[in-house]
Design a protein around this ligand. Structure first.
Ligand code: AMP
Ligand code: MG
Length: 289
């Protein structure tokens, strides 16, 4: 087993039936005992990722979609920044999804994310995603009311239906060669408080704090139930969730990097083979130089 597979195995959920959030400890650091060890592994992961991404890009067949979901201050932005620091920007596309605009609300909920799916050969990152449609929209019924879905279609089955639609959409993408990996950064309520206080105390972190974050924190338990139900219903073999311990950023980043490396390794990406025709062209080119 590769180091990457070994690191991520405990956090990978590909069958939601028995998934319970309480079985996952946000403070877990696996077999990694020290920060320096974690930094070394992260560096190693970043080097592997860069090599694999180059092949993914050259081969131009598979696309990879990485989805990040979490409570505020769980470290999504930092994980994206650090983990992707070694990849070629040309092969990578990052999109953040905020409160939908009125144009976006005028469409079905998959519309805005569909237009930003990664091309073949690329790694696409969604910082939040269509999963908000079963998280914030579920926790705050008034948000659902603000969507322009015909009232007769809003029934008690709406969340089950959304899970089914998301699963169907992801199955379609998997069959198209767009490989989906989903990350839930699992932060404890206590650590979130600590990070919020740091944002209030440190002038350089003040910008990260939004009053709305406190409001969402008040719905913590409802969010945890929504996250659990989401993973129960949408974890599949072809589009698994990783429930990543998020109370220690250095560990979060190692797990995310390992998950990406493991994914790319499994795709067996390779540089395209040189055909005899191409070989003749290369030979001719050399003579012309
Ligand atoms: P941030 O990522 O911290 O800048 O915040 C973005 C905000 O947009 C979060 O509070 C999300 O819950 C919210 N958001 C993202 N997608 C949706 C959506 N589909 N419906 C409603 N709110 C959303
Ligand atoms: Mg925020």
């Amino acid at each position: 087993m590769s180091w990457a597979k070994r690191v991520v195995a405990p956090y990978r959920v590909e069958d939601g039936d028995k998934f319970r959030l309480k079985d996952f400890n946000p403070g877990d650091t696996g077999h990694i005992r020290s920060k320096p060890h974690a930094h070394k592994l992260l560096e190693q992961g970043i080097v592997s990722m860069a090599e694999l991404q180059d092949k993914l890009y050259a081969q131009d067949r598979w696309g990879v979609l990485l989805i990040f979901q979490a409570m505020d201050a769980a470290g999504k932005d930092g994980a994206i920044k650090h983990v992707m620091s070694g990849v070629n920007p040309q092969g990578c596309q990052v999109y953040s999804f905020k409160v939908p605009s009125s144009e976006e609300l005028d469409h079905d909920f998959m519309w805005r994310t569909s237009t930003r799916l990664p091309e073949r050969g690329r790694i696409g990152i969604f910082n939040r995603s269509y999963y908000e449609e079963v998280l914030v929209v579920r926790v705050h019924p008034e948000v659902l009311k603000g969507e322009r879905v015909p009232p007769s279609l809003i029934t008690k089955d709406i969340w089950k239906e959304r899970f089914e639609d998301i699963k169907a959409f992801e199955r379609y993408l998997a069959r198209q060669g767009i490989v989906i990996r989903k990350f839930f950064l699992n932060l404890s309520k206590k650590e979130q408080k600590r990070r919020f206080l740091a944002r209030l105390d440190d002038p350089q972190k003040n910008w990260k704090f939004s009053a709305a974050d406190i409001h969402e924190r008040a719905s913590w338990e409802a969010y945890m139930e929504a996250y659990e139900d989401m993973i129960v219903h949408t974890a599949t073999k072809s589009a698994p969730w990783y429930v990543v311990p998020a109370d220690n950023k250095w560990f979060t980043r190692v797990v995310v990097a390992a998950a990406i490396v493991d994914t790319l390794e499994n795709l067996q990406v390779a540089y395209p083979e040189v055909s005899p025709q191409k070989r003749r062209e290369l030979k001719a080119a050399r003579r012309l130089l």
